[in-house]
Design a binder for this molecule. Structure first.
Ligand SMILES: Nc1ncnc2c1ncn2[C@@H]1O[C@H](COP(=O)(O)OP(=O)(O)OP(=O)(O)O)[C@@H](O)[C@H]1O
Ligand SMILES: [Mg+2]
Length: 251
């Protein structure tokens, strides 16, 4: 099962991804978390330090090739594949792979192409892959999320957040990318604003999986740099995620 979390920048993709992973821990599942956002912050939310990303590996390989350190007969994809497997961070609860971005002016699409291959290659090694995607629509146009089973679109109550969610829905239709299931998650909702917001987002035509309210505890974790995965089991945000996962399971 491949789950991707998408939406406009800053709407809560990383919060949802990290709490989703928290909800899967302890269920005897092989879990892989992929941070596919070049402006990576999933490792911090999961409390993990990362020193080498796929972008770094690609740069190293480019440099080695330019300097003639790689025999011409070697298959570069095999080397890249080996190095990427090596860079997966393993913890007792889940594994983590961070895409990062190529240094300098390198085109980010190369990393996206690698990501698509990685997803294909690794999907049989894990029970669940959770991808924290790049903000916006690029992952669709570059088809990095084309094999995703469950697409979770996160929005906050802002007009631009909702517009991006709508565009994600429309673009996936235009590009003929069909997810087994696609849901909207409303984040940072203020108590009392639920009905008005629901009326507005219902127009997008995406099934709503649930609401996460604005939560002071998240803000204080942010201020102190505490990983969001350490939010208590009875916190508002985590209990909301548990309810949301019940909706997926129901389908
Ligand atoms: N429900 C919430 N209550 C309070 N703060 C929140 C809530 N959801 C997210 N935040 C805060 O809002 C900010 C953006 O959230 P997050 O990093 O999860 O979004 P993102 O979509 O991953 O952003 P980016 O596109 O920059 O990666 C973070 O500082 C996060 O802690
Ligand atoms: Mg993020």
């Amino acid at each position: 099962m491949i789950i991707a979390v998408s939406g406009k920048g800053g709407t809560g993709k990383t919060l949802v991804s990290s709490l989703l992973i928290k909800s899967l821990i302890g269920k005897d599942l092989d879990i892989l978390a992929i941070d596919a956002d070049p402006d990576s912050n999933l490792p911090e939310a999961l409390g993990i330090e990362v020193d080498r990303t796929v972008g770094d590996i690609r740069e190293e390989l480019k440099k080695d090739t330019a300097e003639g350190n790689i025999p011409p007969e070697a298959n570069k994809w095999d080397i890249l594949d080996y190095k990427i497997m090596e860079s997966i961070i393993e913890t007792p609860e889940f594994d983590l792979l961070v895409m990062g971005r190529p240094e300098g002016s390198g085109c980010y699409c190369a990393v996206n192409n690698i990501l698509r291959k990685i997803i294909e290659r690794l999907s049989s090694n894990y029970d669940i892959i959770v991808i924290d995607t790049e903000a916006g629509l690029e992952h669709l146009s570059r088809r990095t999320t084309q094999n995703v089973d469950l697409m979770l679109v996160v929005t906050d109550p802002s007009k631009r957040g909702i517009l991006t969610a709508q565009r994600i829905e429309e673009l996936s239709e235009d590009l003929d990318i069909t997810f087994k299931k696609q849901y909207l998650i409303l984040n940072r909702v203020k108590t009392g604003n639920e009905d008005e917001l629901l009326e507005e987002v219902n127009k997008i035509g995406l099934e709503i999986a649930g609401i996460i309210h604005e939560d002071e505890l998240i803000e204080s974790y942010d201020r102190e740099g505490t990983p969001l995965i350490n939010l208590p089991d009875d916190s508002q945000a985590f209990t909301s995620i548990l309810k949301i996962t019940e909706v997926f399971k129901g389908n």
